[in-house]
Ligand binder design. Structure first.
Ligand code: FES
Length: 220
């Protein structure tokens, strides 16, 4: 499934602990290559993974306070994606037009969500804790299809890509599907913040079994 972020609303691209304050990672969302980074202030940002100067991946960059510094020539971008310093020209104030393409980025349900649209972000009540993310090797079925491969007591949709699911023995969890175009998809799982260690282990095991069932079905 080729998914253009500009056409699909909010996509869950990572559990919230996948990108720590002061770090940057690369994620694929649909067909888009994204630099996901978190400033020292704890705010997460999702940017096109391409420096406006010479195209270096910004996910290789260094987080300096609440700014991101490109690895290649050291151009520095503030939280809005605007270039604020060019080391080779220390006396130059960079033109405001040098700007990274940014995505909207919010956190809810222990997930980081991004969107290219001006629509309302997923509203997820309560406090959640990240559990596990797994890569799935098959062309992506949608969330209702995935849920056919496991027993569920009830499902409350949270968005196109996530649902609050009650499982027979493992209690309640959020299951999120993160489409990555030709690279398959990620499954992300979060539990209520009150979940104990045995519940987290049990849900992690459940997610692994779910992935196996889906991948086995895909090769039959
Ligand atoms: S490619 Fe990023 S500063 Fe040159």
């Amino acid at each position: 499934m080729d998914t253009d972020v500009s056409q699909v609303g909010w996509i869950p691209v990572a559990l919230n602990n996948a990108v720590q304050a002061g770090s940057a990672i690369r994620v694929i969302a649909g067909t888009d290559d994204i630099a996901l980074w978190r400033g020292k202030d704890g705010v997460a940002h999702a940017w096109e993974n391409r420096c406006p100067h010479r195209g270096m991946r910004l996910s290789y960059g260094t987080v300096c306070g609440n700014r991101l510094r490109c690895l290649y020539h050291g151009w520095i971008y503030d939280g809005s994606g605007t270039c604020v310093a060019i080391p080779a020209h220390p006396d130059l104030t960079p033109p405001q037009t040098i700007k990274v393409r940014t995505y909207r980025c919010v956190e809810a349900g222990a997930l980081i969500w991004i969107s290219d649209e001006d629509n309302s972000a997923p509203a997820i009540d309560g406090h959640w804790t990240p559990c596990r993310s797994l890569h799935i090797e098959v062309a992506m079925p949608d969330l209702p299809e995935i849920l056919k491969w496991t027993k569920v007591n009830s499902v409350r949709p949270l968005s196109t890509y996530a649902a609050d699911v009650a499982l027979p023995d493992q209690g309640r969890l959020i299951l999120a599907v993160h489409p990555m175009g030709s690279k398959g998809a990620m499954l992300h799982c979060a539990l209520p913040a009150s979940a104990r260690r045995d519940s987290l282990l049990s849900a992690s095991h459940w997610l692994g079994e779910l992935r196996s069932r889906i991948e086995q079905a895909a090769v039959v």
